[in-house]
Write a protein that binds this ligand. Structure first.
Ligand SMILES: *Cc1c(COP(=O)(O)O)cnc(C)c1O
Length: 425
C-alpha cells in the first residue's frame, strides 16, 4: 500500500495547500537513528544521556531557525503546528481568557476554535473565542470593525487577552501592522500563526509578523516551508522562558528528534533557496488563478488579484459543490481539498459539501513547474468540473503531463526522485 501510494503521487498533481515535498536530505534525516531516541529538556539540560550529537544538532537547528526568521528566540521542539499554538496558549493565557481569532469560513484553523466546535483553543485550554469581523470582498480581517468590536467587548467585560493572526485559507497578508499598537494598548498578546505561509515569510515574500508587531509566531514546518511534519515557535527573548517551559514539560515528552534534525536541514535549504522558491510559488498561484478565471471559474479575491500567497480559493457552486468536485478531481489524479468559504454557514452549507475548493501550488513549484504548467493544470481542472469529462480517462493525461516533473527543486541534492520509494532491506 505504501508503494502504491508513492506510485499514485508520482502520477498526480498534488494541490493540497497544507502539503509539500521535502528534499532527499530531509527524508534521510527522518529515517536516521535520531527517530528512536529521547532528548527531553533543552540542549545541555537533558533528562537522559546519549544526547551528545543530538545536542549539537539541536543547537544548530535553533540557530538556523533564528537566522531564517530573524527571531531572538526559537523553540524547535513542538511536534506540530497545533502543539505550537498550544504552547502559546499555555504560556500566555489562562483557561477562561478570551482570544480573538478568525472563524473557520474566514480562514481560521480548528486549533483556534471554540469548545463547542471541538477547537483546540476552547476544548484543550479552555479559551473563549471571539471572531474577527471579516471582509469577504477584500478576503481579510476588517481593521475598523475589529477595533470597534474590541471596544464593545471591553464595555461588557470581555476584553480579549490574546489576538491570533494567520489561518488556513490565507490569500492575503493579515493587518498585523494596522492592529498591533491598538491591541498592545489593551495589553493583548499577539501571536501570528504562520503554519501555511512560513515558507513565504522565510523567503521574504509575504509579510514579516515579528517586525509588524507580533510578539510570537507559531508554524508548521511542512506546508509552504518544505520540511518534515513538525512545529516551531519563535519570539522575542523576553518570552523565551515561558515558551521553553510550556513546550517541556508542558506539551512534549519526546520531541521527535529525527524531525528536529530534518527541520535544521530545511532551515538551511530555505536560507539558500527560499527566496527564489517563494517568488515562484506566488507567481504560480497568480497564474493558476488567472487561468481558472479565464475559463469562467469564480476565483475568490478577484478585487485584489486573487492571491498573494500559495493558495487560491474557487467558488464551485455554479457546477456542484466543493465535496463532489474534490471526489471527481481525485479520480482524475488531481488532489485538492474542499473548502468552507465566506457565506457558506449562513447559507446552511457544511464542511462536507461547502461552496469552494482550495488549491495550493507549493508542491508543484517544488517539482519545477512554472507559469505555463499552471495553464495546463487549469485546463485539466476545467475538463473535470465544467466539461464533465470522464475523470478516469483524464487521469492518464495527467500521468503523462507529470512525467517531466519527478525531482525536487530548491534543495541541496536531488538525486533521489521526489516520490521514489526508499527500500532499506
Ligand atoms: C495546519 C495548520 C495548523 C496545524 O498544524 P499541524 O502541524 O497540522 O498541527 C495550525 N494552524 C494553521 C493556521 C494551520 O493551517
Amino acid at each position: 500500500m505504501l508503494k502504491d501510494h508513492h506510485k499514485w503521487f508520482e502520477n498526480s498533481i498534488p494541490l493540497i495547500a497544507s502539503e509539500n515535498i521535502p528534499s532527499p536530505a530531509v527524508r534521510e534525516a527522518i529515517v536516521s537513528d535520531f527517530g528512536n531516541r529521547y532528548a527531553e529538556g533543552w540542549p545541555g539540560e537533558r533528562v537522559y544521556a546519549g544526547c551528545v550529537y543530538i545536542d549539537k544538532v539541536e543547537v544548530e537547528c535553533m540557530s538556523l531557525a533564528k537566522k531564517l526568521f530573524k527571531a531572538e528566540f526559537a523553540d524547535v521542539r513542538p511536534i506540530s503546528g497545533v502543539i505550537a499554538n498550544l504552547v502559546i496558549y499555555s504560556a500566555f493565557s489562562n483557561p477562561g481568557d478570551i482570544m480573538l481569532a478568525p472563524s473557520i469560513p474566514a480562514g481560521g484553523h480548528i486549533s483556534h476554535g471554540k469548545k463547542e466546535h471541538f477547537g483546540t483553543a476552547g476544548l484543550v485550554h479552555g479559551l473563549e473565542i471571539e471572531f474577527y469581523p471579516f471582509d469577504a470582498e477584500e478576503m481579510t480581517i476588517d481593521v475598523d470593525k475589529t477595533k470597534k468590536k474590541v471596544e464593545e467587548l471591553k464595555t461588557v467585560g470581555r476584553l480579549p487577552k490574546m489576538a491570533m493572526f494567520g489561518g488556513s485559507l490565507f490569500l492575503f497578508p493579515h493587518p498585523v501592522k494596522e492592529l498591533a499598537d491598538f491591541f498592545k494598548s489593551y495589553n493583548m498578546h499577539i501571536n501570528y500563526d504562520a503554519a501555511h505561509v512560513a515558507g513565504l515569510i522565510a523567503g521574504n515574500q509575504f509579510q514579516d509578523p515579528l517586525r509588524e508587531g507580533a510578539d510570537t509566531m507559531t508554524m508548521s514546518t511542512h506546508k509552504t516551508l518544505f520540511g518534515p511534519q513538525g512545529g516551531l515557535v519563535l519570539g522575542f527573548e523576553k518570552y523565551g522562558d515561558a515558551i521553553k517551559k510550556a513546550t517541556f514539560p508542558g506539551l512534549t515528552s519526546s520531541h521527535h528528534i529525527h524531525h528536529m534534525a530534518a527541520k535544521a536541514i530545511t532551515f538551511a535549504e530555505a536560507l539558500e533557496f527560499g527566496k527564489d522558491y517563494a517568488k515562484q510559488v506566488i507567481k504560480n498561484a497568480k497564474a493558476l488563478a488567472e487561468a481558472l478565471n479565464e475559463f469562467g471559474f469564480k476565483v475568490l479575491g478577484e478585487k485584489r488579484g486573487y492571491t498573494k500567497s500559495h493558495q487560491i480559493a474557487v467558488n464551485v457552486l455554479d457546477y456542484s459543490d466543493g465535496g463532489k468536485v474534490e471526489v471527481d478531481l481525485e479520480k482524475a489524479n488531481i488532489i485538492v481539498n474542499r473548502q468552507l468559504i465566506p457565506g457558506d454557514i449562513k447559507a446552511g452549507r457544511n464542511y462536507f459539501h461547502p461552496g469552494g475548493i482550495r488549491l495550493g501550488v507549493s508542491e508543484i513549484t517544488r517539482l519545477g513547474m512554472k507559469e505555463s504548467e499552471m495553464k495546463e493544470i487549469a485546463s485539466f481542472i476545467k475538463k473535470v468540473i465544467i466539461d464533465k469529462k470522464n475523470p478516469k480517462k483524464l487521469a492518464s493525461n495527467v500521468k503523462s503531463f507529470r512525467k517531466n516533473y519527478q525531482k525536487v527543486h530548491y534543495c541541496f541534492d536531488n538525486k533521489l526522485g521526489a516520490y521514489e520509494y526508499v527500500k532499506l532491506r
